[in-house]
Structure formats: structure tokens, C-alpha cells
Design a protein around this ligand. Sequence first.
Ligand code: AMP
Ligand code: MN
Ligand code: MN
Length: 384
Amino acid sequence: MRDTFDGPAGPPSEAADSAHAGAAASPARERATPASRSEREAAPTANGFPADARTGGAGVLSEEVWGRAVELVRQADEIALACHVSPDGDALGSMLAMARILTGMGKRVVASFGDRQFGVPGLLHFLPFQELLSSPADFPAAPELMITFDSSTLERLGLLAASAGQAREVIVIDHHPSNTGFGTISLIDPGVAATAVLTEELIYRLGGSLSKDVATCLYVGLVTDTGSFRHSSTTPEAHEMAARLVATGLRPDVLARELWDRSPFGYLAVLSAALGRAVLEREGLGMVWTYITRGDRAAQGLPYSEVEGVIDVVRRTDEAEVTVVLKEDDEGAWQVSTRSKGAVDVAKICSALGGGGHAGAAGFTSHEPVDVTMARFRDVLRMS
Ligand code: AMP
Ligand code: MN
Ligand code: MN
């Protein structure tokens, strides 16, 4: 592996040039990696502002904590990686990118997630480096060093929570404000758009290189968690990161189609059923909700992961501040997804119901029927 980072390595004069991310695409532009990323980011941008003027996340993580994380990784021979159950693009993309970087550094890597029915969600089948994944059954019970991705609590690690409890060191990489700080080192910054942002930083600090495939994994994390650069987490830094990643030659159009613009024909029937039974409750700020049973999916042969996008249609509703979509999983539990447009903090509501998430996008699991679950949700919403 090269010991320079094929990314944002431009000197100040080049930093004013949007092509500063072009090292991988145009090797002629490469130069020595700056001593630290903060040195690079201190360079003025085209409009004279420092590039590290992050919204929300500025300076949350000290050099010391980054240094300790880098040291632990450098010293370890074997590293166990885990992301949250039913992984999304941010969780799995971040973990696979890091898995590749670590194997490139000569580390033995075990990477997994703790779902009882282990399998990469269909939507993410195109991600590179899946050969680096192992079943949770093969995960070490007491790893020397474990790194977790996008998991806000120990419980979100599912079957792998026990290993995190027994590990000597646990580096937690996450951006959920609700993170409980369950590790020994917290690389947690609620001000960044995605866990992939912090993962890119760690890769940079480890001297890893951003190949097209590593960039693809990180890009999938970034675009899924910003909703294609539509959510409030879409900062200048998020776009700057996207520029670095796209400069490696990855295809945003191909990835966007994989993520959002394709599904089996049967999805149309399930979507239609879900939309057909949507309810608008006009009290207060307004709420729209619907549900999808496992029977709906079974009739069309659809796996659970195929219905994750339904909420993106339902939440368009102008009359509703809050959107709720209940999805029955293969075990009969209801995975409840919630969204708000900004006036309501759904993470608070979902936390009160045993889940968590972000102010605008959160979730919880319910073992009660739909009507009971919605009655509980309404009660907490009214009190918020
Ligand atoms: P989703 O609706 O599945 O896209 O999830 C939206 C957000 O809610 C994500 O940031 C998740 O981390 C969080 N979330 C979803 N389900 C749960 C859960 N059962 N427990 C804790 N957090 C959750
Ligand atoms: Mn996630
Ligand atoms: Mn995330």
C-alpha cells in the first residue's frame, strides 16, 4: 500500500482550486501528504474561509483522542470490526472501507454485524469488499481491539454486543448525538453527516489510500445519511468529502441507481398497499403513518431491506410534520421508522420508546401490534 493518502493533499494555493481532490484521478497532481489533516484544512478556501469551519462538529475530537485511536490500530495484529444490526449504507460502507484499509496494513481483520439472520441487505449487494465479512458466529468473544461503526448503543450491535463488553479496547466511531459512549475511545462527533466522515479521517490519519473501491464504500455512507445531500447534515464539508471521493473515479450515477432507483416489480405492489392505507392525522403539527406487514412482502417475495425506502415517499406529505412507517420484519417484530421536518425531535420520542437516532430521522423496535404501537407513539409525541 502507498503511504500517502490519495485525497485532499493540495497545498494552500491548490486548496483554492476545487480540483484539490484530484490526486487519485490525476497522479501528476500528487504531492507529499501534509503533516496533519488539520494543517490542510486550515488552508484558506476560494472564498477565504477556513475549510474546517464545520457546522456543529468543530473541534469536538481532540488530537489526543485521534492519536490514541491511531496508536491502538497501529499496534494491533488482529482487529475486530462491527457495525449496527440491519446495517445501512453508512454502517456497512464505513466498516468495509476500514476492513480493506486494515488488511492492506497487514492486520488480521474480522468484520461482521450481529443479526440473527446474517446477510448483507439486498440494497447493498453491490458494495465492494464483502469477501472480508464473516458470520457473527466467527466473531472473537473477547477481542484485543474492536472498532464499532455507526452504532449508538451496545444493544444496536445485536449478537456482537457481548464481544464489545469483553473487548480490551473498543474504538467507537459514530455520529449519533444519543451515543452512550460505550467504548474505551470515542471517535464520536454528532456534527458530522455520517460515520463515513470520521472513518475517512481515521483512514487518512493511518496513512491509508483512497482507492476507488474504498471511496465507493465511504461515498455510499455519505450519500445515504445525507439523503443525497438533502438533509440538514449537508455541510460544505460533506460536499468537499464527496468531491474527494468522486475524484477517485467512482460513478455517482451508477451508485444512485443501485441505492434508490431500482427494485423488483413486486415492490410496486407493496408500495401501493402501504400508500393505500396511509393515514393523515391533522391534530397538532400533523402526522402521516402507514405500515407494511411481512405478509405484504411475502406475497411479492420481497426481503425486508427492499421496503426501507417507502418512508421517503410517505414523508412528502405537506400536511404532516411527522412521518411514521412500521415495517414488520421476518421475525414478526415491528421496526418503526420515523422522520420529522425540523419542528419535532423524533430521536427524543424514539428514545423514550426504547430506540434512538437523529432529530430528523429515528427509529425503535416494537413487539406490540400496530395500533398499540401507534397509541404509544402518539402519547409520547403529544408530551414532546
Ligand atoms: P431508519 O428509519 O431505519 O432509516 O433509521 C433512522 C435512524 O434511526 C438511524 O439513524 C438509526 O440509527 C436510528 N434507528 C432506527 N431504528 C433504531 C432502533 N431500533 N434503535 C435505535 N436506533 C434506531
Ligand atoms: Mn446507520
Ligand atoms: Mn450514520
